[in-house]
Design a protein around this ligand. Structure first.
Ligand SMILES: Cc1cc2nc3c(=O)[nH]c(=O)nc-3n(C[C@H](O)[C@H](O)[C@H](O)COP(=O)(O)OP(=O)(O)OC[C@H]3O[C@@H](n4cnc5c(N)ncnc54)[C@H](O)[C@@H]3O)c2cc1C
Length: 399
């Protein structure tokens, strides 16, 4: 039930990134919150990102309510591997920090969404948030959406990248995104370049690495982006934006143990709740679905929100089991230089399977299809890493 009490929002969200903003937007949209407060340590909410997703990642309703934040849309996308290239006729969409902020701006103007920036959250309880400096912000219920934090209950690999939006001197000729161009030199892990053509002469070029550790030499990667542009015959007239990311890729996780380390009764959403695709690191589809779960509750209370989010996290953990297994194959079973073969083989499979993979929703039969045939990793190493429980135990004893 919306609050009438002055200065106490129905929902107070710590962290104004993708997950926090989507949850606020959805609850204000469905009306189970009259007012929401977002607290963020940064200068602005939404940071400085581009978030892309496949249309088939979301339900038609999910796509409909976030559509005002969509900045770009393409009807298909390409992948390139040493052995083949392929175009998949699946719509691909992008939002960015500016388009997301613009979508929720009317709620701020109406006084329903309160945004407090430059304030660091120090502690959380089910109905209050403690700020650095000692001040407490009360809410009918609260959410932790403060992004990724490492945990001893997850074994990770990393997807690291630097992306630059460049303006080319002449039309670059790309009409569809390149989701993976793995024809580039392979180094210490799986490497590919990702391109999003925003206009005839504007393209985001992102050089990405799947590696064991989080170190990222940005200057080196920026040079490789320049070399990639040259290889494509693109003359860069201007670099308009640079972004970088070090995203967690989960090889194994223990949700039960993780829950015991978290503040009782405080729900975690987004990366803070481990809600991202284990292989791709994409979190937008889970952030939309979590927002919908919370937004569909009749009444927002600490209990109702906690139960809804916990249920979602459990379902997500179950659903992602297979993807964590694939990561153990990708990171632990093969040599880093050969990792691209796993993806190369995967992208030869049928379109529906590829779409289901990104959505995080594939059938038993489709899982068997992914694992069948001549495995691109040594069978002994694959079997050694099959059991998540044993893998976690082994990793814990090694560290
Ligand atoms: C460059 C980049 C590109 C990405 N591209 C995609 C993509 O194309 N598609 C996709 O699905 N995913 C993508 N991701 C992955 C993922 O979707 C993003 O990381 C996403 O922003 C995660 O959302 P979140 O809300 O969980 O965390 P964040 O967006 O990181 O938000 C966390 C917020 O919490 C705030 N915060 C943290 N600690 C505190 C504190 N103590 N007090 C107050 N505030 C705090 C931060 O300032 C931040 O605003 C990308 C990630 C990056 C970094």
């Amino acid at each position: 039930m919306p609050s009438n009490q002055q200065n106490v929002s129905d929902l107070v969200i710590a962290g104004g990134g993708l997950a926090g903003i989507l949850a606020a937007w959805r609850c204000l949209g469905t009306g189970n919150a009259d007012t929401v407060t977002i607290l963020d340590a940064g200068d602005n909410i939404a940071g400085d990102h581009t978030w892309s997703f496949h249309q088939s990642d979301l339900s038609p309703e999910g796509l409909q309510w976030i559509r005002p934040a969509v900045a770009h849309e393409w009807p298909s996308y390409d992948v390139h591997f040493p052995a083949f290239s392929r175009q998949l006729p699946h719509p691909y969409l992008s939002m960015n920090s500016a388009s997301l902020r613009a979508a929720v701006a009317p709620l701020i103007t109406q006084g329903r969404l309160h945004v407090v920036t430059g304030r660091k959250v120090k502690g959380m309880r089910p109905t209050s948030i403690l700020l650095d400096g000692g001040e407490a912000v009360e809410g009918k219920t609260v959410l932790n959406a403060m992004g990724f934090k490492p945990s001893a209950n997850r074994v990770l690999g990393y997807q690291k990248f630097v992306g630059q939006v460049v303006r080319t001197a002449a039309p670059h000729g790309l009409s569809a995104p390149i989701i993976m161009d793995a024809t580039v030199e392979q180094n210490d892990g799986y490497r590919f370049v990702y391109c999003l053509p925003f206009s005839e002469q504007e393209v985001l070029i992102e050089d990405t690495y799947y590696e064991d550790g989080p170190a990222l030499d940005k200057a080196d990667v920026i040079q490789r982006i320049a070399a990639y542009a040259v290889g494509k015959g693109w003359q860069v007239a201007e670099i308009t934006r640079t972004e970088s990311g070090i995203l967690p890729i989960t090889l194994a996780s223990d949700l039960d143990r993780q829950m015991k380390t978290e503040n009782p009764g405080v729900s975690r959403i987004g990366l803070a709740g481990g809600l991202y695709h284990a292989v791709t690191g994409y979190s937008l589809p889970d952030a939309v679905r979590t927002a919908e779960r919370i937004g569909s509750l009749k009444t927002l209370t600490p209990d109702s929100v906690y139960t809804a989010v916990l249920d979602y996290r459990k379902e997500h953990w179950e659903r992602e089991k297979f993807f964590r297994l694939l990561n153990r194959m990708l990171f632990k079973a093969g040599t880093p230089q050969e990792r691209y073969k796993v993806l190369q083989r995967f992208y030869r499979l049928d379109e529906e399977l590829v779409a289901g993979f990104y959505r995080g929703d594939i059938t038993f039969r489709q899982k068997a299809r992914i694992l069948s045939g001549k495995p691109p990793v040594p069978i002994g190493a694959a079997i050694h890493n099959l059991s998540e429980r044993k893998f976690l135990k082994r990793m814990r004893s090694e560290h």
